[in-house]
Design a protein around this ligand. Structure first.
Ligand SMILES: Cc1cc2nc3c(=O)[nH]c(=O)nc-3n(C[C@H](O)[C@H](O)[C@H](O)COP(=O)(O)OP(=O)(O)OC[C@H]3O[C@@H](n4cnc5c(N)ncnc54)[C@H](O)[C@@H]3O)c2cc1C
Length: 372
């Protein structure tokens, strides 16, 4: 039996960041990951580090995380290719433009500094856009990072700080004996008074085992990447209403996404869908005509958990003291991963965090069920 202070299930961005923040505070932490750290959503996503477009309830968490991103190299001792190149969200209709203006007003109230780019300026500054683009909103401090690098970097730093991080350890047994959580993984037993549920989509199953069933669904964003092209796109791009996002990496390849891939029940890996790929290629060319002859060299997808209200579950369990949930980040949790780990460490060590978590409370589902 291995006794720890805190057990973490899941080695994505949330779990590895929590391990690092806790280990740096002298906590005995064990993280159990059934595959490789960053092997699921955190390692295969688009890499957007974006605050733009977030619901006001999610902005404080995104801001806390953005502050950590600005020192991610010092924190991890690694280069995760974080590039605050800006995020530009495009309007293709007057209604889209009104939506950007509405969000910008809200965002300013929440301490962000987006900037509207009007019809004339967008032509002048971004000659590669077609006429369908009529305006944009620029969040200069947003950008991107390399998803392959984040969780391994956080895990390396956590190990260096003393965390016990075990890959290839699927948690197959889970119980609470009234004092400690007792977990079984690879034939080894682990015990601790705290358990952090950072298991991504599969966090729903862990919550269910503690009497907190949640209506989580799988989310499989469809991703593509082109051959390297001459460099022309500095900002990461999105469009009002979603369905298309793209960025160009320094090597020249354009990574873009939109639509959904698919998966089979019981299998933890996913595949992209050709119909979604063709649809997003058409949308991309409509916005940037020069992409017409770009060759797509790879397509993929991944699994995140999502909820109808588009908020994650983040905060203490309502049934089991010592259990804290952090899962179901609805396709937006790469940016927030570093901040989620900080929040979890604060909840364990200080009992409070400066990030409002009401909207993310797991109790909202029970409350909704009672209301029905
Ligand atoms: C294709 C795609 C594109 C995306 N693009 C973006 C983007 O541009 N920007 C953004 O902010 N977000 C994006 N997201 C969302 C983001 O990737 C996720 O919200 C985030 O990475 C979730 O992190 P996590 O740590 O909660 O989960 P994960 O990264 O899924 O980690 C959970 C881990 O738990 C492990 N696990 C589960 N069950 C067990 C068990 N029983 N025992 C041991 N280990 C277990 C899994 O193996 C997994 O490694 C995207 C997601 C996808 C799939």
């Amino acid at each position: 039996m291995i006794q720890a202070d805190v057990l973490i299930v899941g080695g994505g961005g949330a779990g590895t960041s929590a391990a690092l923040h806790l280990a740096r505070r002298g906590v005995r932490v064990v993280l159990l990951e059934r595959g490789l750290v960053g092997g699921q959503a955190t390692g295969v996503n688009y890499g957007g580090v974006r605050q733009q477009g977030r619901h006001p309830a999610g902005i404080p968490l995104a801001r806390k995380s953005r502050e950590i991103w600005s020192r991610i190299r010092e924190l991890t001792g690694s280069d995760v290719e974080f590039d605050p190149s800006g995020h530009l969200k495009l309007a293709r209709s007057a209604a889209d433009e009104a939506e950007l203006l509405r969000w910008n007003t809200l965002a300013v109230e929440h301490g962000l500094r987006p900037r509207m780019i009007g019809r004339n300026a967008i032509r002048e500054l971004y000659p590669h856009f077609s006429d369908v683009v009529i305006a944009g909103s620029l969040m200069e401090e947003d950008g991107s990072a390399n998803p392959r690098l984040l969780a391994p970097a956080l895990a390396r730093a956590a190990r260096k700080a003393g965390a016990d991080i075990r890959e290839g350890h699927a948690v197959t047994g889970l119980e609470h004996d009234g004092t400690d959580f007792r977990l079984l993984a690879n034939g080894t037993r682990f015990a601790a008074p705290w358990l952090l549920n950072c298991a991504g989509f599969w966090g729903g199953e862990i919550a269910r085992q503690f009497g907190e069933a949640v209506p989580i669904e799988k989310l499989h964003p469809n991703m593509l990447v082109t051959e390297p092209l001459p460099y022309f796109l500095r900002e990461s791009l999105g469009v009002v209403g979603g369905g298309l996002y793209m960025r160009q990496i320094a090597r020249g390849n354009i990574i873009f996404g939109g639509g959904r891939g698919e998966s089979d029940a019981g299998i933890t890996f996913t595949r992209p869908r050709p119909d979604a790929a063709f649809e997003v290629m058409r949308s991309a060319i409509a916005v940037i005509p020069r992409l017409e002859h770009a060759m797509v060299i790879r397509s993929w997808s991944g699994t995140d958990g999502t909820f109808a209200d588009h908020f994650p579950v983040l905060g203490p369990s309502r049934t089991t003291p010592g259990l804290i949930h952090a899962f179901g980040f609805c396709g937006e949790g790469f940016q927030t991963g570093p901040g989620v780990g900080a929040v979890l460490s604060e909840l364990v060590m200080d009992g409070v965090t400066d990030v409002p978590l009401e909207a993310f409370d797991i109790g909202r589902f029970t409350a909704a069920q009672i209301a029905v």
